[in-house]
Design a protein around this ligand. Structure first.
Ligand SMILES: Cc1cc2nc3c(=O)[nH]c(=O)nc-3n(C[C@H](O)[C@H](O)[C@H](O)COP(=O)(O)OP(=O)(O)OC[C@H]3O[C@@H](n4cnc5c(N)ncnc54)[C@H](O)[C@@H]3O)c2cc1C
Length: 108
């Protein structure tokens, strides 16, 4: 690492990475530090919902494409939710979304 940065982001999860990616064209020297060594896993439902891609498109169209083409995923078209009395209902998603284990997604 260099000795000096303009911005130091603590935590390399989606928030830290989103912040760093947003600063990509700022000409600022940006570093992310994380207490874990990547790839690292994290408790999560692993759903990468539609707005994620819209946000990435806004930051950089090419990265939005890269995020959609990411390989370690299972595309999600339907989710089934269960309520405490055992009944369930399904949601059919219109937008694109996928599930990806955080160990893979955050490392990407
Ligand atoms: C059970 C569960 C299920 C979830 N399911 C979903 C889901 O399906 N879809 C969805 O979109 N969201 C889901 N979420 C929410 C999602 O996990 C969070 O919104 C997201 O991880 C927040 O991103 P973040 O970058 O703020 O934090 P994190 O992803 O927690 O990343 C924080 C990073 O900071 C690092 N860190 C922490 N402390 C320090 C320190 N002192 N020094 C250096 N590094 C540090 C950690 O190692 C970690 O890498 C779920 C959350 C939970 C708890």
């Amino acid at each position: 690492m260099k000795d000096f940065y303009d911005v130091l982001i603590v935590g390399g999860g989606p928030a830290g990475c989103g912040c760093a990616l947003s600063l990509h064209e700022s000409n600022l020297q940006v570093a992310i530090v994380d207490k874990e060594s990547f790839p690292r896993d994290k408790v999560c439902g692993d759903a990468i919902p539609g707005p994620t891609f819209k946000v990435m498109d806004k930051i950089n169209k090419n990265w939005g494409v890269a995020l959609r083409n990411f390989a370690d995923k299972e595309e999600v078209k339907t989710s089934r939710a269960f309520v405490p009395n055992g009944q369930s209902f399904s949601i059919n998603w219109k937008g694109y979304s996928y599930n990806s284990k955080r160990i893979h997604f955050d490392n990407f």
